[in-house]
Design a protein around this ligand. Structure first.
Ligand code: NAD
Length: 261
């Protein structure tokens, strides 16, 4: 089993569509012990989704922008396990006026919120868990990216935040490597979740993938993304850090589509 005995923190489970839900499921199937975190009014939904996992795990509150929440989570994990082997960062948020094609009108506060919640937060999670990963003799962190080397319709300041998230991944890899902590990102193709449905024009992404991804792409199937996250959380990826692994049916590698279009 790929993750046998690993103690993992999985953030970002909102529903059983969440990419984090499927990562939690694969992690349990592969032998990991997990703790989920949920946030604000969504905490009840996280608790409900947790009951649908193979083994319903403990759910803890974590608003990643709250220093008190991060401290309380670390204390609870210390009491439970004494050490942590890794975590999935599956957190993103942008206010409505930072998405949807009004890039030029977005106020600084909204762009700042998108950055703090979606990119800086990877640093918050990493630093919050570092003492516990040191106790484990090292660890692995994985975040979920949507590749923004090019501009997309509607994605706007969330796209800018995702580009920052890739950079955060590399700087964390630099600073945590000496402690044996690997820091990577999975760049996923579009999947039908609560987060993606809040992006106006999500259907355009679906159509572009149908046209360009050489392997094809199913927006209803988060399993390939979850499996890659599990690989990166495992010892099979022990010399990989600062990396962005694409799980997008190969979309990023093609200039134009030869698909059904
Ligand atoms: N769905 C896609 O097409 C797609 C593609 C590539 C990357 N991603 C990324 O995957 C990650 C997970 O998103 P998803 O698509 O599974 O959607 P989702 O809506 O299921 O998950 C988003 C999560 O972010 C959490 N969150 C928001 N603000 C938070 C805060 N302040 N503190 C803690 N948690 C907070 C929500 O509670 C929710 O669980 C996001 O980073 C998203 O950008 C999604």
């Amino acid at each position: 089993m790929l993750l046998k005995g690993k103690r993992l923190v999985i953030t970002g489970v909102l529903t059983d569509d969440s990419i984090a839900f499927h990562t939690a499921r694969v992690a349990q199937e592969e032998g990991a012990e997990i703790v989920l975190t949920g946030f604000g009014r969504g905490l009840r939904l996280t608790e409900r989704a947790a009951r649908r996992l193979p083994e319903p795990p403990e759910v803890r509150q974590l608003d990643i922008t709250s220093v008190a929440d991060m401290r309380a989570l670390a204390a609870a994990l210390e009491a439970r396990w004494g050490a942590v082997d890794g975590a999935l960062h599956a957190i993103a948020y942008a206010p409505d006026d930072a998405l949807g094609g009004r890039f030029l009108e977005t106020p600084a506060e909204s762009a700042g919120t998108a950055f703090l919640t979606s990119a800086f937060s990877y640093k918050t999670l990493a630093v919050g868990l570092l003492p516990l990963m040191k106790r484990a003799g090292g660890g692995a962190l994985v975040t979920l990216d949507f590749d923004n080397r090019q501009a997309w319709p509607a994605y706007d300041w969330m796209g800018v935040a995702k580009a920052a998230l890739q950079a955060v991944t590399r700087y964390l890899a630099r600073d945590l490597g000496p402690f044996g902590v690997r820091v990577n990102a999975v760049s996923a193709g579009p999947l039908g979740t609560v987060a993606s449905k809040s992006i106006p024009g999500f259907r355009q992404f679906e159509e572009a993938w149908a046209d360009r991804a050489p392997l094809g792409w199913d927006v209803t199937d988060p399993d390939p993304v979850a499996r890659m996250a599990a690989v990166l959380l495992s010892d099979w990826a022990r010399s990989t850090t600062g990396e962005v692994v694409h799980v997008d049916g190969g979309f990023h590698s093609q200039a134009i589509g030869v698909g059904p279009g």
